[in-house]
Design a protein. Structure first.
Length: 316
């Protein structure tokens, strides 16, 4: 009987432990805060309650191929303070977890970075599970050179998926506080899949997110996979942003039959920006294809587009 009692006690312990652990976690929803805590949205008031990048009012104004991509949370991040030994993130997405050429961690994952009291930023590594509710768990977190609120954390959101719901949890009794969105003028990037995040293995390795971490300045990621085509409606939307710098990186989507459109679209687009803003405008050329050294056709494709880009620059 004693052995049976021990077995039953062990079984009950195993069954109840997950419930006890779950009850210890206090969850926080970024969308239910009194102030906006989502960084990377150029129009926070119009985008309240969402993790998308372009307001609903633009649906039907910007091209459909831009609109669909704008629902993805590329470049968005959430900052918070915590001294917890464990941080959990759970959320749901509307699309497929991965693509044939890009893993789930890159398409639908999140990335967590910690900044200590000396301003040094490092990545946090954890375990993850891609199910109906995606879960990331960062355990064994320790704190060096920390201030009284713990580390400043930055959570980068999925680049190629639409986040429909998200919560961040820490064990009850530990410090947790969202940091309001950064209000200073942003760097605004209008580009292609390269800006959007293709094909980073993790969200933190998207180049706009690297710039954000290194410069500690807001960056608005308006990269649209296959869809950075110098559209006038997008330039009109960009012109409403009070930016410190505009970066136009669309040439990789302006090859082949679109090459002939570059000069007019680039000149017209820059003039739209300049009519509303005196911020610097950086026009980026195509940086080439991996196969250009084994295929002259690949080399010619991007070089011809860069010739037209240079013409647009000279015209401006």
């Amino acid at each position: 009987m004693r052995n049976i009692g021990l077995v039953l006690s062990f079984v009950l312990s195993c069954l109840l432990t997950p419930l006890y652990t779950q009850a210890e976690i206090k969850w926080h929803n970024p969308q239910t805060q009194d102030v906006s805590v989502i960084n990377g949205q150029a129009w926070p008031d119009a985008l309240k309650g969402t993790y998308q990048r372009i307001p609903e009012s633009q649906h039907g104004i910007v091209p459909d191929y831009v609109w669909g991509n704008s629902l993805h949370s590329a470049g968005l991040n959430i900052k918070f303070y915590s001294n917890a030994p464990e941080i959990r993130v759970r959320y749901t997405v509307a699309g497929s977890f991965n693509m044939p050429h890009m893993p789930s961690t890159g398409v639908s994952g999140v990335d967590l970075y910690a900044t200590d009291g000396n301003g040094v930023t490092n990545i946090c590594t954890g375990k993850y599970s891609f199910k109906d509710t995606i879960a990331f768990t960062y355990s064994g977190l320790t704190y060096k050179n920390m201030h009284n609120r713990g580390s400043e954390y930055t959570l980068f959101l999925p680049p190629f998926n639409r986040v429909t719901w998200m919560e961040i949890g820490v064990p009850d009794g530990n410090e947790f506080a969202f940091i309001p969105r950064i209000e200073e003028k942003p760097i605004v990037v209008y580009g292609t899949s390269i800006t959007h995040g293709g094909c980073a293995s993790r969200p933190g390795m998207i180049w706009t997110n690297i710039v954000h971490r290194n410069l500690r300045t807001p960056v608005i990621n308006l990269g649209f996979s296959g869809s950075g085509r110098l559209d006038s409606s997008v330039f009109v939307l960009l012109s409403t942003i009070d930016a410190k710098l505009f970066i136009i990186d669309c040439i990789p989507n302006m090859v082949n039959d679109r090459t002939a459109l570059i000069v007019k679209r680039m000149v017209d687009g820059v003039k739209i920006l300049r009519s509303k803003s005196n911020a610097p405008i950086l026009i980026v050329e195509h940086d080439g294809y991996a196969g250009e050294f084994t295929s002259q056709q690949e080399a010619d494709r991007y070089k011809n587009s860069n010739i037209e880009c240079k013409k647009a620059y000279e015209a401006l």
